[in-house]
Design a protein around this ligand. Structure first.
Ligand SMILES: [Zn+2]
Length: 266
């Protein structure tokens, strides 16, 4: 989960990121363990979620950009009453952060999407007599022939498999330069990590890299492949990364500025 771009509010003056550890979700609604008559959290925002955290020291609000939610972390010893008061005091912060989130891009008819540096327009034709959905990329169009009323999920799967193909090609090319073998590559729906490399040579990437600039996805792939040789971020690693990418300085800068924007695609 990404940290909020704006610093989360905390109940004490000390600025410290929330401790990593086990969260326990508090519920309301049908299965509530909170007196929602007394503490109507959902009225503060329907996108607010509460979590107990074993090691948290203070109340803290955190924006979850990917899921468009705000999490209120409650230390075990803090009462629901105090948590409610804190959330109420910070209601404007909660609603402002949610309103500031970039508008979502769904993969529906007419949507304009950049895929690996080229712009495509989604073109859906629904025909009930078709036996299955067929998707192809042709002349700046992502053409969908389908019997489904809402093929968005199917289009997302197409983009994910297209992303796996493109990034695999690139990663294997770069690994060959190093004389290294990649054990496995997969593409996931993650928001906090754009890429990862395990000790045993498995690479993983976010499917949303499909929408990044060519320098940016090239840099992320070069970064993970460079980890096949250096499992750290030492000067030697960065030298390797630079040698494996087209323009890693620009790619890295692009990710720093625009990565959160990639979360608009869903
Ligand atoms: Zn790294």
């Amino acid at each position: 989960m990404p940290t909020a771009q704006t610093k989360p509010l905390q109940s004490s003056k000390r600025k410290k990121s929330p401790a990593q550890g086990k969260f326990e979700q508090l519920l309301w609604g049908d299965k509530t363990n909170i007196d929602i008559e007394r503490y109507p959290f959902a009225e503060i925002s329907p996108h607010l979620r509460l979590r107990h955290h074993a090691r948290a020291k203070r109340l803290a609000l955190r924006l979850d950009v990917k899921n468009r939610l705000v999490y209120l972390t409650i230390p075990k010893r803090i009462s629901v009453k105090a948590a409610y008061k804190f959330a109420l005091e910070n209601q404007n912060w909660i609603t402002d952060r949610l309103e500031e989130l970039p508008k979502k891009v769904t993969l529906g008819h007419g949507a304009l999407i950049p895929l690996f540096g080229q712009e495509y327009q989604v073109h859906i034709t629904c025909d009930k007599t078709l036996r299955k959905t067929n998707i192809s990329l042709k002349d700046n169009k992502l053409i969908v022939l389908t019997n489904k009323e809402n093929p968005e999920a199917r289009i997302k799967r197409f983009v994910i498999s297209h992303t796996l193909e493109e990034l695999s090609k690139l990663a294997h090319e770069k690994a060959a330069i190093l004389g290294k073998k990649i054990k496995n590559i997969d593409v996931k729906d993650t928001a906090s990590r754009w890429g990862s490399c395990s000790q045993d040579g498995c690479l993983s990437f976010s499917w949303r890299l499909a929408f990044a600039s060519p320098e940016a996805y090239d840099y992320v792939v070069a970064h993970e492949v460079a980890h096949l040789n250096h499992m750290d971020h030492s000067p030697a690693f960065w030298k390797q990364c630079a040698a494996l990418s087209d323009n890693y300085v620009r790619g890295k800068a692009w990710m720093k500025i625009n990565a959160q924007e990639l979360l608009r695609y869903c």
